[in-house]
Ligand binder design. Structure first.
Ligand SMILES: NC(=O)c1ccc[n+]([C@@H]2O[C@H](COP(=O)([O-])OP(=O)(O)OC[C@H]3O[C@@H](n4cnc5c(N)ncnc54)[C@H](OP(=O)(O)O)[C@@H]3O)[C@@H](O)[C@H]2O)c1
Length: 289
């Protein structure tokens, strides 16, 4: 029989939390979910930038594992409001890590991003190249988490969203393809995302034996955003002829974006004995999700 753990998921009211928390419950763990402004479906509400409120909940729940999904995740919003990015992506991690460091029976799993990479991928964990405030704040958040010997997982994900009004990239792709309206698919942005289901399986593996350090957690191979959309079209039998191939520079985004965020996740695969899927397989499995 698999061991079960008492887990607190912070940021559970977000996109990933709506897949990860139910997955962990299904796997037999005792999960307490925490959100901030979205009250529906979570056990606790608190502001992770309010240290007293965070400590009160942690003292009450006293989890064996904290999985932190809190963040200001909109890249352009981070560029416009660096202070808010710092509050949510760094200060709140410092608070969680501070509590975890003080107790000796809790581990922190912190979710980070592939946006910390630049240059030509696939990147190994040391290839840091920061081009925007989001990436800077997420990187600083990783350093804060590592103070508590956290497991930091750099990732990117897609798949059916279970949160109304918060579509994932693949949801957006399906809706845009179905609309038949012309749009641009980027040929100069590469990434190696996982479905939220595969990511949840990988996180569950970490729960059983967290190792301190930073790990890439993505699919094998990777693709451009345009290739991703073309694969989604094939998976859902949709017509992709309305997609114009172009560059992310064409649409005038506020924050600079890295071009190649593909990750080499061999370190994770070896540390956790977990074979990650090929990107194309992840996308083609979407209709079965
Ligand atoms: N989305 C992606 O494609 C992507 C890619 C790579 C990495 N990541 C990382 O994965 C993690 C999860 O991303 P996501 O897309 O699921 O995030 P999300 O949907 O934007 O959700 C963010 C979560 O943070 C919570 N939050 C915001 N401010 C808070 C505060 N002051 N106090 C407490 N909680 C607060 C939100 O709660 P309320 O909604 O209740 O206010 C929500 O639960 C993040 O660390 C992100 O950086 C995301």
């Amino acid at each position: 029989m698999q061991r079960s753990f008492e887990i607190l998921v912070t940021g559970a009211s977000g996109l990933l939390g709506h897949t990860l928390a139910p997955f962990l419950r299904q796997a037999g763990h005792e999960v307490t979910t925490a959100g901030h402004s979205h009250a529906t479906g979570v056990d606790r509400l608190f502001d992770t930038t309010d240290e007293k409120a965070v400590r009160t909940v942690l003292d009450e729940v006293w989890p064996q594992i904290v999985i932190n999904l809190v963040g200001l995740t909109n890249v352009d919003n981070c560029e416009e409001d660096p202070q808010e990015a710092w509050r949510l992506n760094v200060k709140s991690v410092e608070t969680l890590a501070g509590w975890v460091r003080e107790v000796d029976d809790c581990r922190l799993i912190h979710i980070s991003t592939d946006q910390v990479y630049g240059g030509v991928g696939p990147h190994v964990e040391d290839d840091i190249d920061i081009v925007n405030v989001y990436a800077l704040s997420k990187y600083a958040g990783e350093l804060a988490a590592l103070q508590a010997d956290a497991t930091v997982l750099r990732t990117n994900f897609f798949g059916p969203s279970h949160l109304e009004g918060r579509p994932s990239f693949s949801d957006w792709a399906v809706a845009t393809l179905r609309s038949g309206e012309a749009f641009t698919g980027f040929d100069d942005v590469l990434f190696s995302p996982l479905t939220m289901t595969t990511l949840s399986k990988a996180v569950e593996r970490v729960v059983h034996a967290p190792k301190a350090g930073v790990f890439n957690l993505g699919s094998r191979g990777g693709c451009t955003k345009a290739e991703f959309i073309a694969s989604v079209a094939r998976a859902f039998d949709l017509d992709a002829s309305a997609m114009r191939h172009g560059s992310q520079a064409d649409i005038g985004l506020k924050a600079r974006r890295p071009g190649d965020m593909r990750m080499d996740s061999a370190l994770f695969e070896e540390a956790y004995d977990f074979k990650l899927p090929v990107t194309e397989e992840e996308i083609s499995g979407l209709t079965h999700a």
